[in-house]
Design a protein around this ligand. Structure first.
Ligand SMILES: C[S@@+](CC[C@H](N)C(=O)[O-])C[C@H]1O[C@@H](n2cnc3c(N)ncnc32)[C@H](O)[C@@H]1O
Length: 251
């Protein structure tokens, strides 16, 4: 399993400017949020450093934020405190979610920012989606965003080095992605992410983590959503775009 415990410390250098402010991150989901009842109960089940969860709480929703990484959950709790937001945080792997919450607890579940590929292969992915589906009330929705893995795999193994410095908290950093693309879709792939921060005094502080990844085709994801009782309502999938969003409702 990918730990994200090293990346959690430097996660702001990995997220885009648009996702940094909690209110802006939440506003990027305005279309789906407008479908929610007032006082909605929402779950962000791969909350990362908490920007979306805190943004949703700022809209008055009852928010629970979970993540497999203890360090990410801690960052979400810290961000909530900083913003005076009310977010319940729980460390939980997707498959553990039903141990923490009753079935049909939530109106909307978010699994965004390209997280699902960390589930171990088709078995792990279906188990993760099954957990998310169980926690949704009938008519509730799963909102999932993903990289277009068809494009990622077509490019093969490679090194992506950011062509500009990313500035956060007054510090610049270079971000490097090393993509280790396996021969077959179903094999374990690896992504190594390195962040080299340039200290104001001139020294370089590098942090990196090797993450496991099991990419999936869009068609496969759709079939798996249906298998766990979710019906695709909306999709922005397009083979020429880098990312897409799927909204699927609980039948
Ligand atoms: C790319 S980050 C996205 C974080 C956040 N959603 C965002 O958009 O910034 C992927 C997240 O998925 C979490 N994750 C990975 N495997 C997981 C699992 N099996 N169960 C729950 N969360 C997991 C990681 O800890 C990490 O926080």
């Amino acid at each position: 399993m990918s730990s994200y415990n090293v990346l959690a410390e430097v996660y702001e250098w990995l997220i885009s400017d648009a996702k940094l402010a909690p209110a802006e991150f939440a506003a990027s989901f305005d279309d789906v949020l407008s479908l929610l009842p007032s006082n909605a109960h929402v779950l962000d089940c791969s909350c990362g450093a908490g920007q979306l969860a805190v943004g949703l709480a700022g809209l008055g929703m009852h928010v629970v934020a979970t993540d497999a990484s203890e360090a990410m959950v801690r960052r979400t709790a810290e961000l909530s405190e900083e913003f005076g937001a009310s977010v319940r945080t729980v460390r939980a792997d997707w498959e553990e979610l039903p141990d923490h919450f009753d079935d049909a607890t939530f109106d909307m579940v978010f699994c965004v920012g390209n997280s699902l590929h960390h589930a171990e292969g088709a078995r792990g992915r279906v188990a993760a989606l099954e957990s998310m589906s169980r926690l949704l009330r009938r008519g509730g929705r799963l909102v999932l965003t993903s990289r277009t893995w068809e494009l990622v795999r077509a490019r093969g193994s490679r090194l992506d080095i950011s062509d500009r410095l990313v500035r956060r908290n007054g510090r610049d950093a270079v971000v490097v992605y090393r993509w280790d693309i396996a021969p077959n879709w179903e094999d374990e792939h690896h992504i190594e992410i390195a962040i080299a921060q340039v200290d104001p005094a001139g020294s370089v502080l590098a942090r990196s983590e090797l993450l496991s990844s099991w990419p999936y085709r869009y068609d496969q994801l759709e079939a798996e959503l249906h298998r766990v009782g979710l019906q695709t309502e909306m999709s922005t999938f397009n083979l020429e775009a880098e990312n897409y969003m799927v909204v699927a409702s609980k039948v």
